[in-house]
Design a binder for this molecule. Structure first.
Ligand code: HEC
Length: 129
């Protein structure tokens, strides 16, 4: 019986592990507003660190990559992944794809702190850069 339980636990872990590695999709988000996103980018939301503490948009590097010309970058980072989906994953599960030359150091709780609308606004803003 114990072995059966251990086996079942393993199966559940394996299944949830697979679900986690699936591609995130921005498809279920509401439409984003770039100007609201611009404000959010340098604003504390619900205790989460501000994006602009780690990212500039002028080409200089803080903790994370500069997001200058990010609209272009986002569409070429991962083959077969749209700019929207790449950006969505970058925000809600930053460890899923770590940009070359940078540490896996992005704050990882934005999904819990931001609403879908706020995430959509941020994506719209970043893709306008
Ligand atoms: C504590 C520092 C930190 C904070 C705060 C932070 N990031 Fe990041 N971010 C990083 C680092 C480091 C990377 C590079 C490693 C990686 O890809 O996860 C990164 C990567 C990214 C990327 C991928 C960039 C690329 O060139 O492919 C995006 C998009 C991004 N962050 C958006 C955001 C947004 C939006 C916020 C605010 C909601 C934010 N980040 C807050 C550190 C941070």
């Amino acid at each position: 019986m114990k072995q059966l339980i251990a086996f079942l636990v393993l199966v559940v872990l394996a299944i949830s592990g697979c679900a986690n590695s699936e591609e995130e999709s921005a498809a279920s988000l509401p439409e984003g507003d770039p100007s609201r996103g611009e404000t959010l980018f340098s604003q504390y939301i619900d205790g989460a660190p501000v994006c602009s503490a780690c990212h500039t948009i002028d080409g200089s590097t803080l903790v994370g990559p500069s997001l200058q010309d990010y609209g272009e970058t986002a569409s070429t980072r991962k083959p077969d992944t749209s700019a929207e989906d790449y950006t969505y994953t970058s925000i809600v599960r930053p460890g899923a794809f770590v940009v070359d030359g940078f540490p896996n150091a992005m704050y990882s709780q934005y999904r819990q702190r931001l609403t879908d609308r706020q995430i959509a606004d941020l994506i719209a803003y970043l893709l306008s850069l």
